[in-house]
Design a protein around this ligand. Structure first.
Ligand code: SAH
Ligand code: SF4
Ligand code: F3S
Length: 453
């Protein structure tokens, strides 16, 4: 029996884990009759799933809530308003205090409790703030069913972080590292594949710190990410495997070697370094040097020469001198990235770096960010251009913006477009690349590709 249809609008910010969480919230709410809508205007339930990583992201939430409050008043009180995710975890009480229009506040480990919370709001009774850390219970309680959207999907295998980089809120908002067991992951992967998924992106805040149990399998007390990937690669119908985000400290040899011996593992690694100077890396509590990072990349390139490397950078960390920043620029030159995200350091109250002396002036951060981004853009464009003339297998994700064109992704995760019909959606096709810009490559359909390449 399904309840009458209700409309659900979820707005998601932040990392892929948050995108995954929003999808899972939809799955939790589907049995209650909630279907997604793409505007908050006529929604019965509006959930904001914001990110806490930088200051601006958090401030946006309060201004957005102000607008939603007006919409809620117009609905005659029909609309329920909730805040979830890392902001809810970190600032739940503050949100309830500052914005009384909010009906429920739910941390990232409590999504399975959404139906119960909604019932409580309707009864106007009980606690409306839920920020317990019960990650194991959450995964057990989430429905097995998943709605899928196209041939590629996220699958969360690990959550939380024990690293405590001195700038970062994630260990506080997501809690300690936790790995799901192999059985649960395989069951979810098989379900996704049955629903037409061909590419799975394994997610975790520290995905390569994965240590899960694999009941009944060899060495099953403690499996690493490399073992998990090799195991998943045996599943028929799954053609591409990716994982994100990794930490250099957990990049073991077995995982590096998987790029050479596991064909389904795509030649793409997002490995954030944050800075190129060892004294800054130390102050950041990253637990590795620039040299160690370079060694990992060199080894990986020996094994898989075409691998695309991407990263995250923070400029203007407290105490960053000109020379430290030059070390970052030199490291970027040395690695030669396919793409990277870069941010100005943002002070996060409660993290150790927030209280460090010698915060870097805003204009210095601006100038450094511009220089770094110019170099990264240059590298990204050159990486895309290096594909011109090659014929590459592209997983077709859907229609492109231009009429008559389809969109997809290369193994290196480049956005791709080419002339083709809609019947190609969900297929892997060979595209001869003819042009490249900063953000995409374009070409001509050459042939259907073998699965798995
Ligand atoms: N677990 C991942 C990253 C999680 S946060 C890792 O260890 O790499 C994503 C990115 O946000 C980080 O890599 C970092 O570059 C950036 N970030 C985190 N905290 C920040 C802060 N206080 N100011 C600016 N950028 C930050
Ligand atoms: Fe944050 Fe560092 Fe953990 Fe990444 S490893 S989530 S940057 S504390
Ligand atoms: Fe943001 Fe939380 Fe992800 S703070 S980056 S949404 S883990």
């Amino acid at each position: 029996m399904t309840a009458a249809t209700k409309r659900l609008f979820i707005k998601t910010y932040g990392c892929q884990m948050n995108v995954y969480d929003s999808e899972r919230m939809k799955d939790v709410l589907a049995p209650l009759g909630y279907t997604s809508t793409d505007t908050p205007d006529d929604a019965d339930l509006v959930l904001l799933n914001p990110c806490h990583i930088r200051e601006k992201a958090t401030e946006k939430v309060f201004s957005e809530l102000g607008q939603l409050k007006r919409l809620k008043a117009k609905s005659g009180g029909n609309m329920l308003l909730g805040v979830t995710g890392c902001v809810a975890q970190a600032e739940g009480e503050e949100i309830m205090r500052r914005q009384p229009a909010v009906d429920l506040v739910l941390g990232p480990q409590a999504y399975h409790k959404l139906p119960e919370m909604i019932a409580r709001v309707h009864r106007a009774a009980g606690e409306r703030l839920e920020t317990e850390f019960e990650v194991e219970e959450k995964f057990d309680a989430l429905p097995l069913d998943r709605q899928v959207d196209g041939p590629t999907a996220f699958l969360s295998v690990q959550e939380g972080c024990d690293k405590f980089c001195s700038f970062c809120v994630v260990p506080y908002t997501r809690g300690a590292e936790f790995s799901r067991n192999v059985d649960a992951i395989v069951a979810e992967a098989r379900l996704l594949i049955r629903k037409g998924v061909r590419e799975i992106n394994l997610l975790g805040q520290n995905v390569n710190a994965y240590h899960g149990t694999a009941p009944g399998l060899e060495g099953g007390d403690d499996w690493t990410l490399g073992q998990l990937i090799r195991h998943l690669a045996k599943i028929d119908g799954l053609d591409r495997i990716r994982f994100t985000t990794s930490h250099p400290r957990d990049m073991d040899d077995d995982l590096i070697e998987a790029f050479g011996d596991t064909e389904k593992l795509m030649p793409y690694l997002h490995l954030p370094i944050q800075a190129g100077s060892d004294s800054i890396l130390k102050a950041m509590n990253r637990g590795h040097t620039a040299e160690r990072y370079i060694k990992i990349i060199d080894r990986l390139r020996e094994i898989r020469p075409d691998v695309a490397i991407t990263s995250d950078f923070i400029v203007g960390f407290p105490g960053e001198r000109d020379q430290d920043f030059e070390d970052t620029m030199a490291l970027v030159e040395r690695i030669d990235y396919a793409a990277a995200y870069s941010f100005k350091y943002s002070r996060r109250p409660g993290t150790p770096a927030a209280d460090m002396f010698s915060q870097v002036p805003e204009e210095v951060k601006d100038e450094r960010l511009q220089r770094l981004q110019a170099l990264l853009r240059d590298q990204q464009t050159r990486f895309n251009q290096s594909q011109i003339g090659k014929t590459i297998p592209v997983l077709v994700t859907g229609t492109a913006r231009n009429e008559g064109q389809m969109a997809g992704r290369t193994p290196y995760l480049q956005a791709t477009h080419f002339e083709g019909g809609e019947e190609l959606a969900g297929q892997i096709v060979n595209v001869k690349i003819e042009k490249a810009t900063l953000n995409s490559v374009g070409g001509k359909l050459a042939s259907m590709a073998e699965a798995g390449v």
